[in-house]
Design a binder for this molecule. Structure first.
Ligand code: HEC
Ligand code: HEC
Length: 86
């Protein structure tokens, strides 16, 4: 019984925290899908001041077949902790 209520408190605390950090759908950690919302669009690129095009298109397929297959975006891009990011 005690254990159950403790769990409920922790769960509620976690939910409250993630709701603060990210508006719903709340998640404890930014998922790959969150990134590909923007970066998953094939036309997602930026034209730099010098006229060069910087491709920002990155999806799970970019990682597939590589040694980083099991990683998600924020494993490496740990500086991205909120969306929209810089
Ligand atoms: C709301 C749309 C959006 C989402 C969601 C998003 N990004 Fe981005 N991202 C951008 C835009 C726009 C740029 C280009 C920023 C610029 O250079 O002005 C960018 C650029 C980047 C860059 C290059 C930054 C640099 O200048 O070196 C990285 C890395 C990146 N995003 C990672 C991520 C990761 C990881 C996630 C998921 C946690 C993510 N992005 C989610 C819009 C988004
Ligand atoms: C194994 C580590 C790793 C993973 C996993 C990873 N990235 Fe990267 N990413 C990098 C590195 C390293 C760079 C190069 C950084 C630089 O050039 O400043 C980079 C560059 C980028 C850029 C900028 C590209 C450009 O041309 O400037 C974007 C956007 C980006 N990543 C998005 C993502 C997204 C979205 C995911 C998840 C689908 C992801 N990354 C997963 C390591 C990773």
């Amino acid at each position: 019984m005690r254990r159950t209520s403790l769990f409920a408190v922790i769960a509620a605390a976690l939910l409250g925290m993630s709701a603060l950090l990210f508006p719903p759908p709340a998640e404890a950690r930014i998922s790959l899908e969150k990134c590909t919302l923007c970066h998953g669009k094939t036309e997602f690129r930026k034209i730099l001041v010098d006229g060069k095009i910087r491709e920002l298109f990155v999806t799970a397929d970019s990682l597939k077949g590589s040694v980083h297959e099991k990683k998600t975006c924020v494993d490496c891009h740990f500086d991205v902790s909120e969306i929209p990011h810089r």
